[in-house]
Design a protein around this ligand. Structure first.
Ligand code: NAD
Length: 357
C-alpha cells in the first residue's frame, strides 16, 4: 500500500451506540448541562417526542413535533419563536434527517447545543451540513455550529422504521459512502469508513428486507449509517448529491426515495472516470459490474425505481438538468448538461441505468 499526502479534519462528537441506550438519555443531557430543553420531532413521531419529554421530566421547556422534510425556513421561524419564548438552553431531536435538520437550523441561529437521536439511516446527525429550503431552492451550507454535540443511537428505535423507508434510507446512506470514494478530499480513514459503511449496509438491508425486526441486521444498518454519515460529514460530495439537493428543493421529492432511485444512475455517469472506485464497489457486492450489482440490489429491496413515481413532473427534467449543472460540486467526470439530462430522463422513466455512460 502506498499512502499519499492527505488532510484529515476530525469532527468532534460524542457517540453512544447500542440497544436500550435511550435509558442513558437523562445522564447525557445532564452531561451537556441542559436544563430547559426543546424536544423536536416530525409529526409522525409525536409520541416518541412525548416519550422523550416524559423521560426528561422538568428539564423539558417545550416540545415541537412539527419538523418536515427539506427544512423549510418558515417552519424554522416558528420553532425559533417557541425556543426564544421558552428560553430553551438546548435541543433534543428524535427522528430522521427532518427532525435533525430543524434542530440544526435552530442551532445555526442560536448556537444551542444539540443531542440527536437518529431513527433513520440518513446520516445527518454526523455532519456539519444543513440544507434549507426557501422559495423552491435548497441551499446547503457547512458550519460547525450545526454539528450535534452528542449522538445517541438506540437500535431499538429503528425496529419500527417502516420497511420501505428502511430500504430507501439505507440506500441514501450508501450514496454518502459511494461519493466519498471519489471525493477530492478523501483520505485513508474516510476510505475505511466508506468501505465499512457500504459493507455493513450491503449485508444488512437484505436481512431486514427478509425480516423487518432482524436485530443484528438493524444493528449493522445503524452502524453502517453512522459510518456513511461520517463520510458525508468529512468530505465533499459530487454529482449525485448535487442532483438530489436540486430535485428535493425544486420538486419537494421525498429525500430517501430520490437517493435510492438516482444512485445507480449517477454512479453509472461517474464510475467510468474512476475505475478504481468502480472495482472497489464491485468487490463490496462481490460482483463484476457495480452498476448492475447496485441496480439489482435496489430492485431486490422493492424500492421505487422512477422519479415520476415520486411525483416529479416530466417537464421538470429540463429545469432539473439546468439547476444540476449550475454551480456544480467537484465531480470525477465533467458535468455536461445533455448527458445529465439524458440520465435524468432515464431515472424519471424508471429505465435501467446506462452502463457505458
Ligand atoms: P425523515 O426524517 O423525513 O423521516 C421520514 C419519515 O419517517 C417521517 O415521517 C418520520 O417521522 C418517519 N420515521 C423516521 N424514523 C422512524 C422510526 N424509527 N419509526 C417510524 N417512523 C419513523 O427522512 P430522512 O430521510 O431521515 O431525512 C430526510 C431529510 O434529512 C431531508 O430534509 C434531507 O435533506 C435531510 N438530510 C440532511 C443531511 C445533512 O447532512 N444535512 C443528511 C441526510 C439527510
Amino acid at each position: 500500500m502506498i499512502v499519499s499526502n492527505f488532510i484529515h479534519d476530525a469532527l468532534p462528537a460524542r457517540v453512544i451506540f447500542g440497544r436500550g441506550t435511550l435509558r442513558q438519555l437523562p445522564e447525557e443531557v445532564a452531561r451537556l448541562k441542559l436544563e430547559r430543553i426543546l424536544v423536536i420531532s416530525a409529526a409522525g413521531q409525536n409520541s416518541q417526542a412525548h416519550e422523550i419529554a416524559m423521560r426528561l421530566e422538568s428539564r423539558v421547556a417545550a416540545v415541537f413535533p412539527g419538523a418536515v422534510m427539506h427544512t423549510p425556513t418558515e417552519v424554522t421561524d416558528r420553532a425559533l419563536v417557541l425556543a426564544v419564548a421558552r428560553r430553551v438552553d438546548g435541543i433534543v431531536a428524535i427522528g430522521g434527517g427532518s427532525a435533525i435538520g430543524l434542530s440544526k437550523a435552530i442551532a445555526l441561529r442560536t448556537d444551542l447545543p444539540q443531542l440527536v437521536i437518529p431513527t433513520t439511516y440518513a446520516g445527518s446527525e454526523a455532519t456539519p451540513i444543513l440544507g434549507e429550503t426557501s422559495q423552491g431552492e435548497k441551499i446547503t451550507q457547512r458550519s460547525m455550529k450545526v454539528l450535534p454535540e452528542s449522538i445517541l443511537y438506540d437500535v431499538d428505535l429503528t425496529m419500527e422504521l417502516p420497511l420501505s423507508m428502511s430500504m430507501t434510507s439505507g440506500l441514501n446512506a450508501m450514496a454518502h459512502a459511494a461519493e466519498a470514494f471519489y471525493s477530492p478530499d478523501r483520505n485513508p480513514l474516510i476510505d475505511l469508513m466508506a468501505e465499512a459503511g457500504l459493507g455493513a449496509l450491503i449485508s444488512a438491508l437484505p436481512r431486514i428486507w427478509a425480516r423487518s425486526d432482524d436485530v443484528t441486521g438493524r444493528c449493522d444498518a445503524l452502524y453502517g449509517a453512522w459510518m456513511c454519515g461520517s463520510c458525508l460529514g468529512s468530505v465533499g460530495m459530487g454529482l449525485h448529491h448535487k442532483i438530489c439537493h436540486t430535485l428535493g428543493g425544486a420538486f419537494g421529492l421525498p429525500h430517501a426515495e430520490m437517493h435510492a432511485v438516482m444512485l445507480p444512475h449517477t454512479l453509472a455517469y461517474n464510475l467510468a472516470a474512476v475505475p478504481n472506485v468502480s472495482d472497489r464497489i464491485a468487490r463490496l457486492f462481490d460482483q463484476q459490474n457495480p452498476i448492475v450489482a447496485l441496480e439489482d440490489f435496489a430492485r431486490g429491496l422493492g424500492v421505487p425505481r422512477a422519479l415520476r413515481d415520486l411525483g416529479m413532473p416530466e417537464e421538470g427534467i429540463d429545469l432539473a438538468a439546468d439547476l444540476a449543472v449550475k454551480k456544480p460540486y467537484p465531480n470525477p467526470r465533467l458535468i455536461e448538461r445533455e448527458a445529465v439530462r439524458a440520465m435524468l430522463a432515464r431515472a424519471w422513466a424508471g429505465e435501467y441505468p446506462r452502463l457505458t455512460e
